[in-house]
Structure formats: C-alpha cells, structure tokens
Design a protein around this ligand. Structure first.
Ligand code: AMP
Length: 394
C-alpha cells in the first residue's frame, strides 16, 4: 500500500512516499519545491517525479494522500478531508493564519487533481485529546471556552513519534505499543512496567515541549494557537493577552497589524532584530550583538520553564528528548538548556552532546538519572501510519 504524505506551506510543497508491507513502512521517495507560484502545477510535477522514479504508474497507485493538518473547529484525530472538515479548518483560520489557509488551498487542489484518491488529515491537536481537562482549560468565561478558546496543543505528530521511539530506545515495548495504538484505543493498551515519563522538546522554526506519560501526552506548551508557548522563529510565543489592547491604544496599531507583527515580526527575529534562523542569531551573538544574545537567552529560559513544568507534572522524568532542527543540530543550545540541573538528575556528557548531530544518540552522562536523548523526528511517518490505519478501518 503506497501513501503519499504532502507537507504544504504557503509557497512550498514537500512530500514523502511510503510503502507499507505487512510488517514495516519503507520510505520510497522524498522531494519538494520551494517558491511555488502555481500550486496545481507543483502537484502535477510531484506526481510526475513519482512516475519517473518508477514508484507509481499514476495516481491510482496511491492508496491515499495524508496531510499534517493543524486545527479545525470541532474536529481532531485522523479524518477524511471532506468539504465539511475543510470548512471547519476555515473556521479556525484566525488561530493558525500561517498554516490553515495554505493547507485548505492545497488540499482543494489535490481533491481537484485526484478526485478518486482519499485525502486524509492527521490533526496536530490529536495527540492532546487525552490530556487532563485542567491542562486544556483557560480561565475564561464558559462562552469563550465553547467558542474554542482552550489549550489545543500542537506538534502532535512529532511528539507522538518521540513517545513511540523513546519508549523503544528505553527498552519499553509495552509503552511503545501503547503509544502506537493511541489513536485506535485512546490509551487502553496495558502498560506492564513502572510508569514511563518523558519530556519531549521539539525545538525548531516552531518550538514546543510536551510531557508524555506512558506514551500519551499530558500537555503541550502550545496552547490555543501555534503562536504560543516558547518563542518561535518569527512568531511570538506566550504573551499576556493585555499586551494587545495596550499596543492598539498606545501605538495606534490595527488588529490586522497586531496579528501580522505577532506572526511575522516577533519571536527570535523580533528580539534579535537579526534573522529568524537560530544559526544567524548565534553567529551575531558570538560577534557581540547583545540583542542576538538576549534572543538566545529568552529561548533557553522559556525551554527550561516548560521542561520544569512537565518535570513537576510527571513527578520527574525517565528521559528528556531533543528533536527538530535546533534540538537535533545545536549542541550548544542543548547544553545551555541542561545547565545546572544535576540536582534534578539531569547531566549531559559534553563529548556525546557535541558529536550528536542529526542522528539518534544518548547525550547524558553515566551519572545522570534522567536519560537525555536526541531523536530525529519523523512526523511524516506518523501521518502515513495513521492514514493507513484509517483506510484499513473504513
Ligand atoms: P525545523 O523547523 O525543525 O526545520 O528547524 C529549523 C530551525 O533549526 C532553523 O531555524 C535553524 O535555525 C535550526 N537549525 C540549526 N541548525 C540546523 C541544521 N544544521 N540544519 C537545519 N536546521 C538547523
């Protein structure tokens, strides 16, 4: 069974093609285009590349196309992307202005190009369905809560991958199996050993920390929108809601302009004034740029704040995991985040930390009670697996 996973940005299309045999998934192909002007043509070109590489004869060979959809009103989990789901996504465009509109446009174009192929979305909120109610609730009037103002949590595909893979690496097949079956049985699979506690740090262009107990999330630093929690590349992260009326009144900004600045001019770019890429910010900081140094300090501070929250929630941790662009590739930031945590049982091995880049590895010292791991994430594989499972169930 061949499943294409399409990753849609406002001007990019990236994809991975998976083949599922009875026992395993193989990635057959990966590719993508940046600076896409004509999205319909990009879809055609993608199918053309898959044909030219001999993976498919035509779209009839694709059992489905899976998408890592973000958020929709009243919809989560893994679902067929029919018109009513697309309208539910549209209803929450204001929550995910950088993500939902391009996805909706792209999915409609896929539907037009391949009307007979099932299009399936795994929502980024899905992993948090079983988080405790107290972790999902903002202290707002009931009518706001009913309107959708709640902590949804995002990066679900990535943190779910970490839940599965960290359990495997820690020798806990029972928990790995429970994590794999989460969207099928809601966490009913039994755990045979002691509770497994993992704090997962997805640090990249967009960043979040999740607490994971026995393969299921207890919460995520992203709340109502993908603009909350840790500061992101150019999106704001946590902010007191009263900042918005303040700048509207004192700086004379319109609501549209406030939204634009929170999504495009804030985060690490906003603080540093340098770039939205952490590598440029690190170079500037090393050259003495104080704002760049502050941006890194704020990022480290926020990461520690959220890690601390989940250590408390989980009563400690068996593993602390780093993933995504920054988590996988920047040992100096991992070291800054883990500094002075020996009293909490977290201690890095500086040599292992320094050499572990873009690969799986244990980076804690032999003394460290908490295992610190680097695990490259594989969100597309999670989307493909759940897409396949939905097809098989229907
Ligand atoms: P992601 O959103 O997971 O693709 O992460 C992208 C971010 O990771 C970029 O903003 C970079 O600042 C950061 N990064 C740091 N080092 C690397 C690297 N070697 N390769 C890719 N991304 C990197």
């Amino acid at each position: 069974m061949k499943i294409l996973v399409a990753n849609i940005g406002s001007t990019s299309l990236k994809w991975r093609l998976f083949d599922f045999s009875a026992t395993a998934a193989t990635m057959l192909h990966k590719g993508g285009y940046e600076r896409v002007a004509d999205y319909a043509k990009a879809i055609d070109d993608c199918l053309g590349e898959l044909k030219a590489a001999g993976h498919i004869r035509g779209e009839q060979d694709l059992a489905a196309v899976g998408f890592k959809t973000v958020v929709a009103r009243g919809v989560s989990g893994c679902v067929r992307l029919n018109d009513s789901v697309l309208r539910a996504m549209e209803a929450y465009n204001a929550i995910a202005p950088a993500h939902n509109p391009p996805y909706i446009t792209g999915i409609r174009l896929f539907a037009k190009r391949m009307p007979a192929t099932p299009l399936i979305g795994l929502f980024e909120t899905a992993f948090y369905q079983w988080a405790p109610e107290a972790a999902q609730r903002y202290a707002v009037p009931e009518s706001w809560h009913e309107a959708g103002v709640r902590r949804w949590g995002f990066h679900g595909a990535s943190h779910k991958f970490i839940a599965e893979r960290s359990a495997e690496l820690l020798g806990r097949q029972d928990v790995a199996e429970r994590a794999r079956r989460l969207y099928v049985d809601g966490g009913a699979s039994p755990v045979t050993g002691a509770p497994l506690r993992v704090v997962s740090c997805h640090l990249g262009g967009s960043s979040s920390v999740s607490g994971i107990l026995n393969g299921a999330a207890v919460g995520n630093s992203l709340g109502l929108s993908p603009q909350s929690g840790l500061p992101h590349n150019n999106r704001v992260g946590d902010l007191d809601s009263f900042a918005i009326p303040l700048v509207m009144r004192t700086l004379g900004l319109s609501l549209d302009e406030v939204e634009r600045q929170l999504c495009k001019e804030s985060g690490l770019k906003g603080i540093s004034g340098v770039s939205n890429d952490i590598r440029d910010i690190q170079t500037a900081a090393a050259g003495g740029n104080a704002r760049a140094k502050l941006a890194l300090d704020v990022f480290v501070h926020a990461s520690r704040h959220w890690i601390g929250g989940y250590l408390m929630e989980l009563n400690g941790a068996d593993a602390l995991v780093f993933t995504a662009g920054i988590g996988e590739n920047r040992p100096e930031l991992r070291a800054a985040i883990c500094e002075r945590l020996d009293q909490l049982g977290i201690e890095l091995d500086p040599v292992a930390n320094e050499k572990t880049r873009a690969t799986e590895g244990l980076i804690s010292s032999a003394r460290s009670k908490v295992k610190v791991l680097v695990i490259p994430t594989n969100e597309e594989l999670v989307v493909a697996r759940e897409t396949r499972r939905l097809l098989e169930r229907q």
